[in-house]
Design a protein around this ligand. Structure first.
Ligand SMILES: [Zn+2]
Length: 172
């Protein structure tokens, strides 16, 4: 893929997890690889995959800048793909893996999609809405709750995001 002229070279390599162990670490590694792809397109490196019955039904990364669309977050794009893939907006049987705790918009979309489970790597005390800044998943009258797992591949995903912003700052 050709990179935009402004792209900062990504010093991180993609992960190659064993195909034999399809655990949370495996699927988060695929989300991480999506985040690497984001970086290579000069986007904030956040990636997401949606899995159902062991099958990947959505995989995307942040595209906010290139699409000039404030809603083009990895999670929204992956949820839309997943719903199209199964022909149903209800994703009760699916698990979404994302490298950073979802923002208010994405956390809301997860509840609206009735996602069965959400796994994220890095907590976000500023904008995270699954426990970081606030927790939409515990709204008292919401009729759906996602099962949440935090901290999978946290160090790797945090390093990636922090390195990106550090480079961005020195570029300016
Ligand atoms: Zn978001």
């Amino acid at each position: 893929m050709t990179q935009p002229a402004s792209a900062l070279p990504c010093p991180f390599e993609k992960r190659f997890p064993s195909q034999l162990v399809r655990d949370d670490g495996f699927f988060m590694s695929l989300a991480y690889n999506q985040a690497i792809d984001a970086w290579r397109q000069d986007e904030v490196p956040i990636g997401a995959v949606v899995v159902r019955e062991g099958e990947i039904i959505g995989a995307a990364h942040n595209l906010r800048d290139s699409s000039r669309d404030p809603t083009a977050h990895a999670e929204i794009l992956a949820i839309t793909q997943a719903a199209h893939a199964i022909g149903d907006w209800r994703l009760n049987e699916a698990t979404l893996y994302v490298t950073k705790e979802p923002c208010p918009m994405c956390s809301g979309a997860m509840l609206m999609a009735r996602l069965g489970r959400v796994v994220f790597a890095v907590s976000d005390p500023k904008m995270g809405c699954l426990g970081g800044a606030t927790d939409l998943n515990t709204l008292p009258r919401v009729n759906h709750r996602c099962e949440i797992t935090r901290g999978v591949l946290e160090r790797e995903c945090l390093e990636l995001i922090q390195a990106y912003f550090k480079l961005k700052r020195t570029e300016e």
